[in-house]
Write a protein that binds this ligand. Structure first.
Ligand SMILES: NC(=O)c1ccc[n+]([C@@H]2O[C@H](COP(=O)([O-])OP(=O)(O)OC[C@H]3O[C@@H](n4cnc5c(N)ncnc54)[C@H](OP(=O)(O)O)[C@@H]3O)[C@@H](O)[C@H]2O)c1
Length: 257
Protein backbone atom coordinates (compact mmCIF):
# COMPACT_ATOMS: atom_id res chain seq x y z
CA UNK A 1 0.00 0.00 0.00
CA UNK A 2 1.32 3.42 -0.98
CA UNK A 3 1.91 5.96 1.78
CA UNK A 4 1.68 8.94 -0.60
CA UNK A 5 -1.00 11.63 -0.43
CA UNK A 6 -1.31 14.20 -3.23
CA UNK A 7 -3.07 17.44 -2.31
CA UNK A 8 -3.84 20.04 -4.97
CA UNK A 9 -4.43 23.58 -3.78
CA UNK A 10 -2.63 23.00 -0.49
CA UNK A 11 -1.14 26.45 0.10
CA UNK A 12 -4.06 27.86 2.11
CA UNK A 13 -7.57 27.33 3.37
CA UNK A 14 -9.21 23.92 3.10
CA UNK A 15 -6.34 22.34 1.15
CA UNK A 16 -3.74 23.31 3.74
CA UNK A 17 -5.93 21.73 6.42
CA UNK A 18 -6.37 18.59 4.32
CA UNK A 19 -2.58 18.41 4.08
CA UNK A 20 -2.34 18.72 7.88
CA UNK A 21 -4.79 15.80 8.28
CA UNK A 22 -2.76 13.56 5.98
CA UNK A 23 0.54 14.61 7.59
CA UNK A 24 -0.70 13.79 11.07
CA UNK A 25 -1.75 10.35 9.80
CA UNK A 26 1.84 9.74 8.67
CA UNK A 27 1.40 10.04 4.90
CA UNK A 28 4.21 11.38 2.75
CA UNK A 29 2.84 14.50 1.07
CA UNK A 30 3.09 15.83 -2.46
CA UNK A 31 1.50 19.26 -2.28
CA UNK A 32 0.83 21.71 -5.07
CA UNK A 33 -0.32 25.28 -5.63
CA UNK A 34 0.16 28.00 -8.19
CA UNK A 35 2.11 30.41 -6.01
CA UNK A 36 5.73 30.01 -4.79
CA UNK A 37 4.56 30.16 -1.17
CA UNK A 38 3.76 26.46 -1.49
CA UNK A 39 7.43 25.92 -0.64
CA UNK A 40 7.04 27.84 2.65
CA UNK A 41 3.96 25.76 3.40
CA UNK A 42 6.02 22.61 2.84
CA UNK A 43 8.63 23.90 5.31
CA UNK A 44 5.90 24.60 7.86
CA UNK A 45 4.37 21.13 7.48
CA UNK A 46 7.77 19.48 7.81
CA UNK A 47 8.40 21.43 11.02
CA UNK A 48 4.91 21.09 12.55
CA UNK A 49 4.08 17.51 11.67
CA UNK A 50 7.53 16.02 11.05
CA UNK A 51 6.07 14.95 7.73
CA UNK A 52 7.87 14.04 4.53
CA UNK A 53 6.71 16.79 2.18
CA UNK A 54 7.49 17.57 -1.43
CA UNK A 55 6.10 20.76 -2.95
CA UNK A 56 5.45 21.58 -6.59
CA UNK A 57 4.54 25.02 -7.83
CA UNK A 58 2.30 24.39 -10.82
CA UNK A 59 -0.65 26.08 -12.49
CA UNK A 60 -3.17 23.25 -12.51
CA UNK A 61 -5.38 24.94 -15.08
CA UNK A 62 -3.26 23.32 -17.80
CA UNK A 63 -2.73 19.63 -18.61
CA UNK A 64 1.01 20.14 -19.03
CA UNK A 65 1.35 21.45 -15.48
CA UNK A 66 -0.80 18.64 -14.10
CA UNK A 67 1.54 16.19 -15.84
CA UNK A 68 4.55 18.00 -14.35
CA UNK A 69 3.06 17.64 -10.87
CA UNK A 70 2.48 13.93 -11.35
CA UNK A 71 5.94 13.37 -12.79
CA UNK A 72 7.20 14.50 -9.40
CA UNK A 73 5.53 11.48 -7.81
CA UNK A 74 7.30 9.21 -10.29
CA UNK A 75 3.76 8.52 -11.58
CA UNK A 76 3.31 5.96 -8.79
CA UNK A 77 -0.25 5.61 -7.50
CA UNK A 78 -0.87 7.56 -4.30
CA UNK A 79 -3.00 6.18 -1.49
CA UNK A 80 -4.92 9.48 -1.37
CA UNK A 81 -5.67 12.16 -3.95
CA UNK A 82 -7.31 15.38 -2.81
CA UNK A 83 -8.34 17.38 -5.88
CA UNK A 84 -9.03 20.64 -4.10
CA UNK A 85 -7.51 23.47 -6.19
CA UNK A 86 -10.16 25.97 -7.11
CA UNK A 87 -10.92 29.63 -7.62
CA UNK A 88 -14.04 31.78 -7.64
CA UNK A 89 -15.03 34.93 -9.49
CA UNK A 90 -17.70 37.43 -8.51
CA UNK A 91 -19.66 40.02 -10.55
CA UNK A 92 -22.11 39.69 -13.42
CA UNK A 93 -20.85 37.30 -16.08
CA UNK A 94 -20.99 39.89 -18.85
CA UNK A 95 -18.94 42.29 -16.72
CA UNK A 96 -16.25 39.72 -15.96
CA UNK A 97 -13.01 39.49 -17.91
CA UNK A 98 -13.57 36.47 -20.15
CA UNK A 99 -9.98 35.27 -19.62
CA UNK A 100 -10.58 35.26 -15.85
CA UNK A 101 -13.90 33.45 -16.28
CA UNK A 102 -12.30 30.79 -18.48
CA UNK A 103 -9.49 30.42 -15.94
CA UNK A 104 -12.14 29.45 -13.36
CA UNK A 105 -13.41 26.74 -15.72
CA UNK A 106 -9.92 25.56 -16.66
CA UNK A 107 -8.76 25.36 -13.04
CA UNK A 108 -11.86 23.98 -11.35
CA UNK A 109 -13.03 21.65 -14.13
CA UNK A 110 -10.21 21.10 -16.65
CA UNK A 111 -7.40 20.81 -14.10
CA UNK A 112 -9.43 18.59 -11.78
CA UNK A 113 -10.41 16.29 -14.65
CA UNK A 114 -6.82 15.97 -15.88
CA UNK A 115 -5.56 15.21 -12.37
CA UNK A 116 -8.29 12.73 -11.49
CA UNK A 117 -8.08 11.02 -14.91
CA UNK A 118 -4.39 10.22 -14.58
CA UNK A 119 -4.32 9.37 -10.88
CA UNK A 120 -7.62 7.51 -11.13
CA UNK A 121 -6.10 5.25 -13.81
CA UNK A 122 -3.05 4.60 -11.62
CA UNK A 123 -5.29 3.73 -8.68
CA UNK A 124 -7.55 1.49 -10.77
CA UNK A 125 -4.50 -0.47 -11.97
CA UNK A 126 -3.40 -0.86 -8.33
CA UNK A 127 -7.04 -1.63 -7.37
CA UNK A 128 -6.87 0.68 -4.37
CA UNK A 129 -6.98 4.35 -3.51
CA UNK A 130 -9.14 7.14 -2.16
CA UNK A 131 -10.06 10.27 -4.11
CA UNK A 132 -11.55 13.41 -2.56
CA UNK A 133 -12.96 16.05 -4.91
CA UNK A 134 -13.78 19.46 -3.45
CA UNK A 135 -17.11 20.47 -4.94
CA UNK A 136 -19.42 22.85 -3.10
CA UNK A 137 -22.98 23.42 -1.98
CA UNK A 138 -22.73 26.20 -4.59
CA UNK A 139 -23.23 23.41 -7.09
CA UNK A 140 -26.84 23.12 -5.91
CA UNK A 141 -27.75 26.71 -6.87
CA UNK A 142 -27.54 28.78 -10.06
CA UNK A 143 -25.07 31.41 -8.85
CA UNK A 144 -26.12 34.80 -10.10
CA UNK A 145 -23.18 37.19 -9.61
CA UNK A 146 -20.92 34.12 -9.45
CA UNK A 147 -22.44 32.18 -12.32
CA UNK A 148 -19.37 30.51 -13.80
CA UNK A 149 -18.03 29.34 -10.44
CA UNK A 150 -21.32 27.75 -9.38
CA UNK A 151 -21.51 26.04 -12.76
CA UNK A 152 -18.06 24.51 -12.24
CA UNK A 153 -19.05 23.24 -8.80
CA UNK A 154 -22.31 21.76 -10.13
CA UNK A 155 -20.12 19.95 -12.64
CA UNK A 156 -17.74 18.64 -9.96
CA UNK A 157 -20.51 17.55 -7.58
CA UNK A 158 -22.18 15.61 -10.40
CA UNK A 159 -18.93 14.23 -11.83
CA UNK A 160 -17.75 12.98 -8.46
CA UNK A 161 -20.85 10.84 -7.88
CA UNK A 162 -20.74 9.50 -11.44
CA UNK A 163 -17.07 8.54 -11.26
CA UNK A 164 -17.65 6.89 -7.90
CA UNK A 165 -20.36 4.74 -9.46
CA UNK A 166 -18.12 3.77 -12.38
CA UNK A 167 -15.50 2.57 -9.90
CA UNK A 168 -17.84 0.51 -7.72
CA UNK A 169 -16.30 -2.79 -8.83
CA UNK A 170 -12.78 -1.58 -7.96
CA UNK A 171 -10.91 -0.84 -4.76
CA UNK A 172 -10.99 2.89 -5.55
CA UNK A 173 -13.49 5.21 -3.89
CA UNK A 174 -14.48 8.78 -4.76
CA UNK A 175 -15.84 11.22 -2.18
CA UNK A 176 -17.24 14.68 -2.81
CA UNK A 177 -16.58 17.36 -0.20
CA UNK A 178 -19.25 20.06 -0.53
CA UNK A 179 -18.48 22.91 1.88
CA UNK A 180 -20.64 25.95 2.52
CA UNK A 181 -19.11 29.42 2.97
CA UNK A 182 -15.75 28.83 4.63
CA UNK A 183 -13.32 31.30 6.16
CA UNK A 184 -10.44 31.16 3.67
CA UNK A 185 -8.81 33.45 1.09
CA UNK A 186 -11.46 32.38 -1.40
CA UNK A 187 -13.77 35.44 -1.27
CA UNK A 188 -10.87 37.87 -1.35
CA UNK A 189 -9.42 36.19 -4.45
CA UNK A 190 -12.84 36.08 -6.08
CA UNK A 191 -13.16 39.85 -5.43
CA UNK A 192 -16.28 39.23 -3.39
CA UNK A 193 -15.43 40.87 -0.08
CA UNK A 194 -18.00 43.58 -0.81
CA UNK A 195 -20.85 41.07 -1.08
CA UNK A 196 -23.11 39.88 1.76
CA UNK A 197 -21.70 36.35 1.53
CA UNK A 198 -18.10 37.57 1.35
CA UNK A 199 -18.59 39.87 4.35
CA UNK A 200 -20.24 37.26 6.57
CA UNK A 201 -18.28 36.75 9.77
CA UNK A 202 -19.83 33.39 10.64
CA UNK A 203 -18.16 31.36 7.91
CA UNK A 204 -17.08 27.81 8.65
CA UNK A 205 -13.66 26.96 10.03
CA UNK A 206 -11.54 25.47 7.22
CA UNK A 207 -9.93 22.99 9.63
CA UNK A 208 -13.33 21.55 10.57
CA UNK A 209 -14.42 21.43 6.94
CA UNK A 210 -11.22 19.62 5.96
CA UNK A 211 -11.48 17.12 8.81
CA UNK A 212 -15.04 16.25 7.76
CA UNK A 213 -13.94 15.72 4.14
CA UNK A 214 -10.85 13.79 5.08
CA UNK A 215 -12.77 11.46 7.41
CA UNK A 216 -15.46 10.86 4.78
CA UNK A 217 -12.78 10.04 2.20
CA UNK A 218 -11.06 7.54 4.51
CA UNK A 219 -14.45 5.92 5.16
CA UNK A 220 -15.08 5.74 1.41
CA UNK A 221 -18.30 7.73 1.75
CA UNK A 222 -19.94 9.19 -1.35
CA UNK A 223 -20.11 12.78 -0.17
CA UNK A 224 -20.20 15.13 2.77
CA UNK A 225 -21.74 18.55 3.39
CA UNK A 226 -20.13 19.86 6.59
CA UNK A 227 -22.40 21.87 8.90
CA UNK A 228 -26.09 21.62 9.75
CA UNK A 229 -27.26 24.81 8.00
CA UNK A 230 -25.38 23.86 4.83
CA UNK A 231 -27.16 20.49 4.83
CA UNK A 232 -30.51 22.28 5.23
CA UNK A 233 -29.62 24.53 2.29
CA UNK A 234 -28.95 21.57 0.01
CA UNK A 235 -32.29 20.00 0.95
CA UNK A 236 -34.17 23.21 0.14
CA UNK A 237 -32.21 23.63 -3.07
CA UNK A 238 -33.64 20.32 -4.22
CA UNK A 239 -37.20 21.56 -3.63
CA UNK A 240 -37.17 25.15 -4.89
CA UNK A 241 -37.36 26.26 -8.56
CA UNK A 242 -34.10 27.35 -10.20
CA UNK A 243 -35.46 30.88 -10.77
CA UNK A 244 -35.99 31.33 -7.04
CA UNK A 245 -32.58 29.84 -6.19
CA UNK A 246 -30.90 32.25 -8.61
CA UNK A 247 -32.77 35.14 -7.01
CA UNK A 248 -31.67 34.00 -3.55
CA UNK A 249 -28.09 33.75 -4.75
CA UNK A 250 -28.27 37.30 -6.09
CA UNK A 251 -29.02 38.50 -2.56
CA UNK A 252 -25.89 36.76 -1.25
CA UNK A 253 -23.41 37.49 -4.04
CA UNK A 254 -24.34 40.89 -5.50
CA UNK A 255 -21.71 43.53 -4.70
CA UNK A 256 -22.86 46.24 -2.29
CA UNK A 257 -21.37 49.35 -3.84
N1 LIG B 1 -14.16 29.03 0.88
C1 LIG B 1 -15.38 28.62 0.55
O1 LIG B 1 -16.40 29.24 0.96
C2 LIG B 1 -15.58 27.38 -0.28
C3 LIG B 1 -16.85 26.79 -0.28
C4 LIG B 1 -17.03 25.64 -1.04
C5 LIG B 1 -15.99 25.11 -1.78
N2 LIG B 1 -14.77 25.72 -1.78
C6 LIG B 1 -13.70 25.12 -2.57
O2 LIG B 1 -12.64 24.74 -1.72
C7 LIG B 1 -11.44 24.65 -2.50
C8 LIG B 1 -10.33 25.35 -1.72
O3 LIG B 1 -10.65 26.73 -1.62
P1 LIG B 1 -10.40 27.58 -0.28
O4 LIG B 1 -11.72 28.06 0.18
O5 LIG B 1 -9.55 26.83 0.63
O6 LIG B 1 -9.68 28.87 -0.89
P2 LIG B 1 -8.15 29.32 -0.95
O7 LIG B 1 -7.65 29.54 0.43
O8 LIG B 1 -8.14 30.43 -1.92
O9 LIG B 1 -7.38 28.03 -1.54
C9 LIG B 1 -7.39 27.72 -2.90
C10 LIG B 1 -6.20 26.84 -3.22
O10 LIG B 1 -6.25 26.47 -4.61
C11 LIG B 1 -5.01 26.82 -5.21
N3 LIG B 1 -5.17 27.16 -6.62
C12 LIG B 1 -6.02 28.04 -7.18
N4 LIG B 1 -5.82 28.10 -8.50
C13 LIG B 1 -4.81 27.23 -8.78
C14 LIG B 1 -4.14 26.85 -9.97
N5 LIG B 1 -4.47 27.36 -11.17
N6 LIG B 1 -3.16 25.92 -9.89
C15 LIG B 1 -2.80 25.40 -8.68
N7 LIG B 1 -3.40 25.72 -7.53
C16 LIG B 1 -4.39 26.63 -7.57
C17 LIG B 1 -4.51 27.99 -4.41
O11 LIG B 1 -3.12 28.11 -4.61
P3 LIG B 1 -2.43 29.51 -5.05
O12 LIG B 1 -2.47 30.39 -3.84
O13 LIG B 1 -1.06 29.13 -5.41
O14 LIG B 1 -3.22 30.05 -6.21
C18 LIG B 1 -4.88 27.56 -3.00
O15 LIG B 1 -3.92 26.67 -2.51
C19 LIG B 1 -11.75 25.29 -3.84
O16 LIG B 1 -11.96 24.28 -4.79
C20 LIG B 1 -13.05 26.04 -3.59
O17 LIG B 1 -13.82 26.16 -4.76
C21 LIG B 1 -14.53 26.83 -1.03
Amino acid sequence: MSDLAIIAGASSGIGLELARCAASDGYALLICADDPRIHEVAEMLRADAAAEVEAVQADLSTRAEVARLLAQSGNRPPALLMANAGIGLGEKFLDQDIAAALNVVNTNVGGTLALVHEVGRQMRRADEGRILITGSIAGYMPGSFQAVYNGTKAFLDSFSYALRDELLDSGVTVTCLMPGPTDTEFFDRAEMTDTPIGARDDKDDPARVARAGYAAMLQGESGVVPGFMNKVQTVFAGLLPETLLARMHRRMARPER
